[in-house]
Design a protein around this ligand. Sequence first.
Ligand code: IPE
Ligand code: IPE
Ligand code: MG
Length: 245
Amino acid sequence: MDPSLAVPAHVAIIMDGNGRWATQRGLPRIEGHRRGVETVRAVSRAARDLGVRMLTLYAFSVENWRRPAEEIGALMGLLEHYLRRELDNLRREGIRLRTIGRTQDLPAGVQARLREAEAETRHLTGYTLVLALNYGSRTEVAEAARAYAAAVAAGRQPAGEASWEHFRRYLYTAELPDPDLVVRTSGETRLSNFLLLQAAYAEFHFTPVLWPDFSRADLEAAIADYQGRERRFGRTSAQVEPAGT
Ligand code: IPE
Ligand code: IPE
Ligand code: MG
């Protein structure tokens, strides 16, 4: 990456490939998830060092409840363990933790840890780590539509003002900026129900690297890829990059 060029303010990552990483080594899938948690720590730190302001990590989708109960239980256990161990680090390093998704459906122990971490880091403004937990875009939109309709019915939301700027306030991401760069590891090139609307103008970077192997260098490569793109938001190239620059 080029330190003189703009770094994406908000990077969102679909952390994929934990299971394959483990299987390739003859290990149980949960070992891949365990290693994946270590990667979360390292990549979160690297992102902040590189000047990223917000990092959103897709950690558990609404569709992931379809996995074997044993794997789900292990994932929830890892999540609780991570939150318990990480709170001190978050505070020390000035990292605000937030979540998006139906966290109310997660195990009570996980919910308690999340509430604690969110409350104790809410004053930190330099860098934000957003965990997408029990997240799914379609569920998010359906819930937002319901809340929006209720607000219109109650007279809190003028019906004649239907616009994206109004509707987006009902999404889980109401207070978050849209991602500038979306990364997916493990070679899959799909969104799997992640930030479908918020990524409307994001740049995408797909890498074959499996999440447990994803390093600071891989993040730098993703940012370098981003820096080579021209974001036009509907305008022409000449409009966004005036001659002579
Ligand atoms: C991503 O790794 C972690 C979660 C979805 C929780 P996977 O568990 O999906 O790994 P693969 O895709 O099976 O290799
Ligand atoms: C997407 O990965 C969800 C997360 C990374 C949390 P999956 O591994 O669940 O996605 P699919 O099923 O391959 O599309
Ligand atoms: Mg996967």
